[in-house]
Design a binder for this molecule. Structure first.
Ligand code: 5GP
Length: 362
């Protein structure tokens, strides 16, 4: 097994519908007319890169195929199994709760379908319900980095926590509804709120009340920030002081200074940024400067299905492109434990686990 696969990893920025398996998407796409089927097939066979705008058109197409309860359940199960199979030990999965009156789907029943998917995973133990203080258990031992398979009677285990996404197309009321749902669903592993969707649409003032309310109620908040050139919005977002931000591409010197002084961790989605033509090349990606400046960073996939990548692949690309060794990559992965939104018990379990793997590496 390659080091980047066997190494334990944390995925903190993965959109459920963007992480759909190509085979599942293709199977579902047979229901489409010829033109739309060709569009889906085009992405799967990745003939070329596509602009951010085209990617959002594609998401609308994917949603037509995936927004029914059974499909949401199926995709959730498959996505968790796929991440677990490449030794992701903690997954923060984000998804936009969707309402579809024609099939009796509410934002709540959408999330219930996601939870059903988590419960139906059987290839790995899924820990998604927060523990009470008196029921602490430790993560099962996972294969050490030098071994291909577990040498004792251990079953793989993955922590999964959910973030509910507010789509930038939504109104303040709809965003607030999502936050209220997240609060109701906390006991089922919903830990926070994400702001995502087409970055060329919508205004910060629309989402701000819901995001502020989320924070006041104790939910964690991460924002897609700086995916397009919008200095004012980046300012507003950094002033809000989210606990993490995603992408952070079109940052000017002043933004960078602000980010650096506030030490907000950045979810880096390399392949996504290249494939959406947001960054011209790997070499030009801001990862390297920020890594050298020791800014808190975590490597993520964003949409592993849509961009045909995996978290292991992201680690491999970074190691190869920037000349980082296995030890440095391991530390990059381990540092991400400090940025997770799950409770301190999960954090401590992960610290202990990473320490045990580190010992085996020496
Ligand atoms: P879902 O929320 O339906 O599970 O996942 C797909 C959705 O995530 C997309 O419709 C879009 O709103 C959001 N999304 C996925 N990738 C990106 C991205 O790279 N940037 C932004 N801003 N939103 C994204």
């Amino acid at each position: 097994m390659e080091w980047c696969v066997s190494m334990p990893k944390l995925e903190l920025h993965a959109h459920l519908n963007g992480s759909i398996r190509n085979s599942t998407l293709l199977e579902l796409a047979t229901a489409l007319d010829e033109k739309d089927f060709a569009e889906v097939q085009h992405v799967i066979l990745k003939y070329d890169d596509r602009s951010l705008k085209e990617v959002f058109n594609l998401f609308d197409l994917i949603h037509i195929l995936t927004t029914d309860h059974d499909t949401v359940t199926r995709i959730t199960k498959e996505v968790v199994e796929d991440f677990a199979s490449e030794n992701v030990v903690y997954l923060e999965l984000r998804t936009t709760p969707k309402r579809n009156d024609s099939i009796g789907m509410s934002k709540r029943s959408y999330i219930e379908a996601v939870l059903k998917g988590l419960r139906s995973v059987n290839s790995v133990d899924v820990d998604f319900v927060p523990r009470s203080e008196d029921s602490k258990t430790f993560l099962n031992p996972l294969p050490s980095i030098t071994e291909d398979k577990c040498d004792r009677d251990c079953r793989k285990k993955i922590f999964v926590r959910l973030l509910l996404s507010i789509d930038r197309r939504e109104t303040t009321e709809a965003a607030m509804e999502t936050v209220k749902l997240a609060l109701e669903m906390r006991q089922y592993g919903v830990v926070g709120i994400d702001l995502s969707g087409n970055p060329s649409i919508g205004e910060w003032v629309t989402y701000f009340p819901a995001l502020k309310f989320a924070r006041e109620q104790g939910l964690h908040v991460t924002l897609h920030c700086g995916e397009v050139r919008n200095p004012k919005e980046i300012h507003n977002m950094l002033d809000f002081h989210p606990e993490r931000i995603g992408h952070a591409i079109f940052f000017e010197e002043e933004h960078w200074r602000k980010l650096k002084s506030s030490n907000i961790p950045v979810e880096i989605c390399l392949t996504s940024n290249i494939r959406t033509l947001s960054v011209p090349s790997i070499e030009a990606h801001h990862f390297v400067d920020w890594y050298n400046a020791k800014h808190p960073l975590v490597l993520c996939t964003d949409d592993s299905g849509v961009f045909s990548t995996s978290l292991s692949n992201e680690y491999k690309i970074v190691a190869k492109s920037f000349g980082l060794g296995m030890k440095e990559m391991f530390e990059l992965s381990r540092n991400a434990v400090e940025f997770i939104f799950a409770d301190s018990g999960v954090k401590e379990d992960l610290r202990i686990y990473f320490n045990s793997v580190a010992k085996n590496m020496k």
